[in-house]
Design a binder for this molecule. Structure first.
Ligand code: PEP
Length: 254
């Protein structure tokens, strides 16, 4: 797992998409994916399909793709929390990485820093890796507040008992819109995020900062060439084999 921190990460976020049969077909196609030693590949499926995904990764793909969850309960262990799935359960079925605080969680479920912090701690406590998503809205960017907003979102990482920090910078206005931040905007924000993490966790912190927001087969090469970009969190383009593997190949060649 230590080599993860030197690799480019390409994590697909299926959101609320997928069906047993389609997922299986996609997993089988991944068998022909050439070996990529410079890329850590992950797929975040809906919770109900995580076990299917994990089994396929083990049986068909020799664990070449990490199993990622899109969310986790803020409650730990077991208990009377109907509908919830705890970090312990995620660990039990073989999840590796858990997305925390995706902007859609904040938009539709009102999740803010306090809940995200509880989730991150739960995930760390069971030995899994949280991937914190941060990003400003269009309004916030137009008001010149993007760094202030991101600094506040990143403050959930303060004082965590870990030296391994993974963040996805996803400007909300670029998610699912086809609008991609410019390479200058990405470089500026990624450098800022690095500085914030280093100031909280020290120079020996192991850091990955992924870019997310309409990454596709055509723009991935340019995005991976931006300084401080350690990979991509990919929504729409992760649903099709060809576009997702083009992004993986771009990461391998970057
Ligand atoms: C996302 O949901 O994390 C995302 C980046 O979506 P898309 O690539 O579709 O913009």
């Amino acid at each position: 797992m230590e080599s993860l921190w030197n690799q480019k990460w390409v994590i697909g976020n299926w959101k609320m998409n997928g069906r047993l049969q389609n997922n299986n077909a996609l997993m089988h196609r991944f068998r022909i994916l050439p070996q990529v030693d410079r890329v850590c590949i992950g797929l975040a499926a809906p919770t109900v399909y995580l076990l299917q995904l994990h089994n396929a990764m083990q049986i068909v793909l020799n664990n070449r793709i990490l199993t990622c969850a899109q969310d986790v309960s803020r409650f730990a262990g077991n208990g009377a929390y109907t509908g919830e799935v705890s970090a312990e359960m995620m660990a039990d079925i073989g999840v590796d990485i858990v997305l925390i605080g995706h902007s859609e969680r904040s938009l539709y479920f009102g999740e803010k820093n306090e809940i995200q912090r509880q989730k991150i701690e739960n995930v760390l406590n069971v030995g899994l890796l949280p991937l914190l998503c941060v990003g400003e809205s269009l309004e916030e960017r137009e008001a010149g507040k993007e760094k202030e907003v991101i600094a506040h979102q990143l403050s959930v990482l303060e004082g965590l008992d870990t030296k391994h920090i993974a963040v996805a910078y996803e400007p909300v206005w670029a998610i699912g819109t086809g609008k991609v931040a410019t390479v200058e905007q990405i470089a500026e924000m990624h450098q800022f995020i690095y500085e914030q993490i280093l100031s909280m966790h020290g120079n020996d912190a192991k850091i990955r900062v992924l870019y997310g927001g309409s990454v596709n087969a055509n723009n991935a090469t340019d995005i991976f060439a931006v300084p401080y970009v350690d990979g991509a969190l990919v929504g729409g383009a992760s649903l099709a084999y060809d576009s997702f593997t083009s992004i993986i190949n771009a990461a391998q060649e970057s």
